[in-house]
Design a binder for this molecule. Structure first.
Ligand SMILES: Nc1ncnc2c1ncn2[C@@H]1O[C@H](COP(=O)(O)OP(=O)(O)OP(=O)(O)O)[C@@H](O)[C@H]1O
Ligand SMILES: [Mg+2]
Length: 465
């Protein structure tokens, strides 16, 4: 599958011409090759992309923040002016930031999508999680520099790349907003030559040429019509038009020469990783006990109901399902004996049921002596923090045991898998519509995090007693 070649436009310095470059480059690339799919989006919040490319007045409800949700990148695209596809900008990327958990999310989203041709990402002047995602996904990072501070700032971009095992050569600097009226004495006759010499001296690659500062270009963004016009249509008689044409040619040749190396690389890693996740998932499914952990009725994967509970022990070597009714009987029998037989069963079921999807149950057994055990039952919230708890003493030779009924201690023994620790924990959660979802990679990591967190809290509590 042909994938997308990604260009990020980045600089930690504000106002160096990133957005002007990103938007115009998209149009000039289309001008060079009409058939080339060009996609553009911006992580800055100025809405320049929208003002320049939006075809209709009706605003789409989609925006760049959703690239980090479950949505497919292609579903966010809009057909824009000049044949450029774009994803609408967002005013509220800050609020979306919580969804962005890692720097490789965007690269993965692009690699899973059917995006092709060239994707241009305009970034904001901060090295935030969005910019880092763009840099991580990029085959090429274009860095506009307009003065020495913006050149010095490139160091942070280079450091980010090297921290992520990527070559500094991905960066390519472009002097921008160059005032061609300024001349110097000596070997470097203007600020373009001076900046280029500085850049090369610091080991950076540079594009040929520069983008001049032009009052005409500046006016394209500020005019009574309240529109933002591209250079290709409204600034053809400027030197910037020739400079952008020259730049687009270099970028296009780069694209033809190298192709979408980065996204291919990400897609291959993802394939390997997903294969591995699938293997681990299958191993977890194979390990499941084939019967209800209480009543021993055979449970096949197809039989698991959304109300049934998934259970795992603290070492992760014992797991299975317990039917809701069975769990309730077990809890009523031993942890809530005062409710037993008083028609309260329904009430407990309702209480458990209404909060089950948003919480976990943790059962902890502590051996007191040869006869007695303390069993605690906790309800945990989604982060693993305790909401409520209750403690009971269960005897090894209890009435239920003498009567040969299955009981909670037997469940603990079963889950102990032959090991006899003083303290043992079981975590349970209602299965929901997709009973095996907890076993999938990301959910299982979450499950383990909740379990570990609860164990640490309980350990700390018992140390302080
Ligand atoms: N070649 C140019 N000549 C004159 N003005 C320009 C040129 N390029 C950009 N500008 C103007 O400079 C200002 C900053 O440009 P732009 O918004 O593209 O920078 P930016 O790096 O994206 O800024 P930010 O970091 O705030 O996102 C704008 O007013 C823009 O119209
Ligand atoms: Mg900008």
């Amino acid at each position: 599958m042909a994938r997308a070649y990604v260009i990020a436009i980045a600089s930690e310095k504000g106002g160096v011409g990133k957005t002007t470059l990103a938007t115009n480059l998209a149009i000039y690339l289309k001008g060079l090759s009409e058939d080339l799919p060009v996609t553009l989006f911006s992580f800055d919040n100025h809405f320049t992309v929208d003002q320049m490319f939006q075809l209709s007045k009706t605003k789409s409800s989609h925006h760049v923040g959703q690239l980090f949700s479950e949505m497919s990148a292609v579903d966010l695209l809009q057909d824009g002016q000049y044949g450029v596809n774009f994803i609408p900008s967002s005013r509220d990327l800050f609020a979306y930031q919580q969804q962005v958990r890692s720097i490789d999310q965007l690269a993965k989203v692009i690699s899973r999508s059917s995006l092709q041709g060239i994707v241009i990402i305009d970034t904001s002047p901060i090295l935030d999680i969005y910019t880092r995602n763009a840099l991580y996904a990029a085959d090429r990072v274009i860095v506009p520099i307009k003065d020495t501070p913006s050149l010095e700032n490139c160091r942070n971009l280079a450091n980010f790349l090297s921290e992520n095992n990527r070559s500094k050569s991905i960066l390519k600097l472009l002097p921008c907003l160059i005032d061609t009226r300024i001349h110097f004495d000596g070997p470097f006759r203007n600020s373009y030559q001076l900046l280029k010499a500085y850049a090369i001296n610091r080991g950076y690659r540079c594009f040929e040429g520069f983008i001049a500062k032009s009052p005409k270009v500046e006016s394209l963004a500020t005019n009574p019509a309240g529109k933002i016009y591209p250079v290709i249509t409204h600034g053809r008689n400027t030197e910037v038009h020739l400079q952008l044409t020259h730049l687009a040619r270099q970028v296009y040749l780069d694209y033809l020469e190298h192709g979408p190396v980065r996204i291919n690389e990400i897609a291959n890693n993802l394939y390997d990783q997903e294969e591995w996740f699938l293997k681990e998932y299958k191993a977890r499914v194979d390990k499941l006990q084939p019967h209800c952990l209480f009543c021993d009725a055979p449970i096949s994967i197809e039989d698991i109901g959304p109300q049934d509970y998934f259970l795992e022990n603290d070492t992760g070597n014992f797991s299975g399902f317990i039917e809701e009714e069975c769990l309730l009987t077990l809890l009523l029998q031993e942890c809530y004996p005062e409710l037993n037989g008083k028609g309260q069963q329904k009430l407990l079921l309702e209480i458990l049921g209404s909060t089950a999807k948003k919480s976990y149950l943790l059962l902890q057994k502590t051996v007191i002596d040869a006869e007695q055990n303390q069993v605690e039952i906790f309800r945990l919230d989604q982060q693993g923090d305790k909401i409520s708890g209750r403690s009971v003493i269960l005897k090894n030779r209890s009435r239920s045991q003498r009567q040969g009924k299955k009981n909670l201690l037997q469940l603990f023994n079963l889950a102990a898998n032959g090991e006899h620790e003083k303290r043992q924990q079981l975590l349970l959660q209602q299965s929901g519509d997709n009973p095996l979802q907890t076993l999938q990679h990301h959910n299982y990591l979450e499950w383990k995090t909740v379990f570990n967190r609860a164990q640490i809290d309980l350990q700390l509590e018992s140390n302080s007693e």
